[in-house]
Design a binder for this molecule. Sequence first.
Ligand SMILES: Nc1ncnc2c1ncn2[C@@H]1O[C@H](COP(=O)(O)OP(=O)(O)OP(=O)(O)O)[C@@H](O)[C@H]1O
Ligand SMILES: Nc1ccn([C@@H]2O[C@H](COP(=O)(O)O)[C@@H](O)[C@H]2O)c(=O)n1
Length: 249
Amino acid sequence: MSNEVHAVGDKVEPGSVDTVLESVAMENGVAAKRSPVKDLKVVFVLGGPGSGKGTQCAKIVDTFGFVHLSAGDLLRAEINSGNENGTMIQNMIKEGKIVPAEVTVKLLEKAMKESDNDKFLIDGFPRNLDNRKCFDEVTGIEPQFILFFDCPEDEMERRLLGRNQGRVDDNIETIRKRFKVFIDSSLPVVGHYEECGKVHKIDATKTPSEVFESIKPLFKHFKQTDSEIQVELVEAIKNHSIRSTPVAA
Ligand SMILES: Nc1ncnc2c1ncn2[C@@H]1O[C@H](COP(=O)(O)OP(=O)(O)OP(=O)(O)O)[C@@H](O)[C@H]1O
Ligand SMILES: Nc1ccn([C@@H]2O[C@H](COP(=O)(O)O)[C@@H](O)[C@H]2O)c(=O)n1
């Protein structure tokens, strides 16, 4: 995925910087270059089952233009796709166990490659140290920071039992297994990133709006103003013109 070229004809948002770059590039008969994978901005979203990760990711997407990649959702989609790994994934999810890292990282990598965006919220990942290592080896991406939702088990249990989305793992038996996996396997990942000074711990017991208010300041930096987008665009066009100017003989 490194030094990936954004081929003319790839899906781009109308009016986005990509669209304008694309037309400049097309006029000059070249394909616009995309950032290498290491330039992608990734925020890992962690927290116990039911702590509210998905709920807050939806709000961050709306306000700050990130793409939400839920590792759990990608795995569930894989079950429904009829892929050869489907049965194995389904059994692991029913048991609250963690799917082998190569499977999940491959799905995340594919989703990032297929996106035109460069900002990703990766929710429910890395779930264990193996997830973290595999992601690092495959993508080389170092996360910007880790958003960690802190919530007591009794509150998470209440939320999961009331979720009502027909998930095979939202039953008391699997919920208890998921809590144990969270403590044994996921908290060490949080510990790793704490040592790197990258964890922002959020009190997830408040209302969804209150929780969102407490995380907003962390993302302000990612919201480009119109004038910042314009400056970036002018720079990109200038750089492109310089590169395209033929050297006088
Ligand atoms: N702050 C909150 N207060 C009360 N209920 C909440 C809050 N945030 C989310 N919920 C509700 O709790 C349930 C679980 O939330 P959500 O799906 O966002 O959690 P999650 O951390 O993504 O869970 P999982 O890891 O199992 O996917 C949902 O029914 C959601 O509406
Ligand atoms: N990195 C991951 C993420 C999830 N799983 C499996 O999916 C289940 C549901 O995950 P949610 O994030 O949607 O709660 C989880 O219990 C695991 O079985 C995984 O293996 N690896």
